[in-house]
Ligand binder design. Structure first.
Ligand code: 5RP
Length: 230
């Protein structure tokens, strides 16, 4: 499968849900990037679009394409948010955060009237968990938070969770908001809703990459077409 073709086709299909004068939640990652490029083309054609970017990377891309940028607190309405995913199960539960933007992505997705996920079909899974679960945490007392995460995971049936602080060349990755990311290798997640809730209850955890119950539509792209699940 040509993954890039799949991402591009999914983005093109999602663009059909956008009309001029909309306020859009703009996701982060290589798939969302295709979508933002298409929105840039619409603006060149004379459309008015406002974008709320979920990362500084997306902000730079959208700005360079002439898309008007607004902050989430400048509006109460986000017509549609479009974003990629790392995994999606048949019940529309997602693992996101591979690009370390999960906190902003979740805030925007939850606030949007409609949340559309775009992905190449390799992201479609029977059960979540092959992809390590990203968890965004406050840098304050982060080691205590990691201990609490480990305890919560054990209580939720994960006997030997492997947790690692995301780092590049030995330096911890900081999110756009200045937070840290813990990647949790869990294996199959049978109860994602309960796990999302358990992790959200830990002081110091800002969000997990589990996105449960907020997706309206998933568009999977393949080399020769798309399949839309809603
Ligand atoms: C960023 C994300 C991305 O949407 C996710 O990692 C998918 O990225 P890509 O489209 O590059 O595969 O959650 O935090």
């Amino acid at each position: 499968m040509d993954k890039e073709a799949g991402k591009r086709l999914a983005a093109e299909e999602a663009a059909k849900h956008v009309t001029t004068d909309m306020t859009l939640g703009l996701g982060t990652g290589s798939t969302a990037r295709y979508f933002v490029d298409i929105m840039g083309e619409r603006v060149k054609q004379g459309w008015t679009l406002r974008g709320i970017p979920t990362s500084e990377e997306t902000r730079r891309q959208a700005q360079s394409l002439g898309i008007e940028i607004i902050e989430p607190d400048e509006t109460t309405i986000i017509d549609v948010a479009i974003d990629g995913t790392d995994e999606a199960d048949p019940s529309f539960n997602l693992i996101k955060g591979g690009g370390a933007a999960l906190l902003r992505e979740k805030i925007v997705a939850k606030a949007a009237r409609k949340f559309i996920v775009i992905a190449d079909k390799s992201k479609r899974v029977v059960a979540l968990g092959a992809f390590p679960l990203p968890i965004e945490i406050s840098p304050f007392s982060w080691a205590l938070t990691v201990s609490a995460i480990r305890a919560a995971l054990t209580a939720n049936g994960f006997t030997a969770p492997r947790l690692s602080l995301r780092a590049t060349d030995g330096t911890p990755v900081k999110t756009d908001g200045g937070n840290l990311i813990i990647d949790a290798e869990l294996g199959r997640i049978d109860a994602p809703i309960e796990l999302e809730r358990a992790l959200a209850a830990i002081p110091g955890v800002l969000e997990s990459g589990l996105f449960c119950g907020m997706t309206d539509m998933i568009i999977y792209g393949d080399t020769d077409g798309v399949s839309v699940v809603k």
